[in-house]
Design a protein around this ligand. Structure first.
Ligand code: NAP
Length: 283
């Protein structure tokens, strides 16, 4: 199976590396060409001149780009190179509606689509321990399952196209609440004059322990906010969550609060920092 990969950012690059290590990766493309040139040389894979050329050289294409329009742009550019039997697996976080539009574009070419957003952060991408939530047909998933196993330790088919992104929206709403809880509580610990590294260590081993505390607690309390997961990307996701909730007549108060807080961070120039930069706003 010839695999192509588009989007070599914080998540895409380590995923592409893992596919190369498993001898699956054939060809890569990135909007900023130099990134693809350097990585292709290092991994000994092809660098395509365009998404269309990459699609021609691939049986399965992975995409990992920023937002809804970017996914649709990239798929649009690939279309002339896609045909019956080919599969696109989109690991970006976008709306369910975008996943359905992407699937429709591919269906018209006889190709298949899986929405396959991931959770587990840059660490999960590097260590191949991502959780992957899939929307699409089970027979399509079965055809690529051995490849997905190289990237993720938990792969769950959630239902038809868009269900993967629906599940990811739930994940992102939850992540907003966790970010609020962890940053607020650690600011509280700081005000109490407690030894922060010990606070993080002992709480991580108890009932309030969680991934974000363990992986981002030490860095945020040392004023390190290197992504990780950029504020502006989570902001994009939370706007998707808010829209999807509103369509169901729901309000998500923690999501709405976090959108407001991230807007402040973005205005202050911290949009490219990790989402733990929310700690900056806590008293
Ligand atoms: P990133 O580091 O900002 O990388 C974004 C990638 O998308 C880059 O390769 C960029 O190309 C490419 N791109 C953006 N717009 C494009 C367009 N219109 N056409 C072609 N390529 C385009 O972002 P990331 O952190 O890897 O996130 C990628 C996706 O994964 C996002 O949907 C994000 O929400 C999701 N995600 C992120 C994390 C995380 O912890 N970071 C975790 C789970 C899911 P250039 O190099 O040219 O800029």
């Amino acid at each position: 199976m010839r695999i192509g990969f588009i989007g070599l950012g914080a998540m895409g690059e380590p995923m592409a590396r893992n596919l190369a290590s498993a001898n699956f990766l054939n060809v890569i493309w990135n909007r900023t060409t130099e990134k693809a040139e350097v990585l292709a040389k290092e991994l000994g894979v092809h660098k395509a001149k365009s998404p269309e050329k990459l699609a021609k050289k691939s049986d399965v294409v992975f995409t990992c780009v920023s937002a809804d329009d970017d996914v649709l742009d990239v798929i649009w550019s690939m279309l002339p190179g896609l045909g019956p039997g080919k599969i696109v697996v989109d690991t970006s976080t976008v709306s369910s509606a975008t996943a359905k539009s992407a699937a429709k574009m591919l269906e018209d070419k006889g190709a298949s689509f899986l929405d396959a957003p991931v959770s587990g952060g840059v660490e999960g991408a590097k260590n191949a321990t991502l959780a992957m939530m899939i929307g699409g047909e089970s027979d399509v998933l079965n055809r690529v399952k051995s490849v997905l196993d190289v990237l993720a330790t938990r792969i769950v088919l959630m239902g038809p196209t868009g269900s993967g992104q629906g599940t990811k929206a739930v994940n992102q709403a939850m992540a907003a609440g966790i970010n609020q809880a962890v940053t607020e509580a650690l600011a509280f610990a700081h005000e109490l004059g407690l030894p922060m590294d010990k606070v993080i260590d002992v709480i991580s081993g108890g009932a309030a322990g969680n991934w974000f505390l363990e992986h981002r607690g030490p860095s945020m309390t040392h004023a390190q906010f290197q992504p990780g997961f950029k504020v502006e990307l989570h902001q994009k996701d939370l706007r998707i969550c808010k829209r999807m909730a509103e369509e169901k007549g729901l309000k998500l108060p923690l999501t709405i609060q976090t959108i407001t807080d991230y807007e402040i961070l973005i205005q202050e120039g911290y949009g490219e920092e990790d989402i733990s930069a929310l700690y900056r706003l806590k008293p």
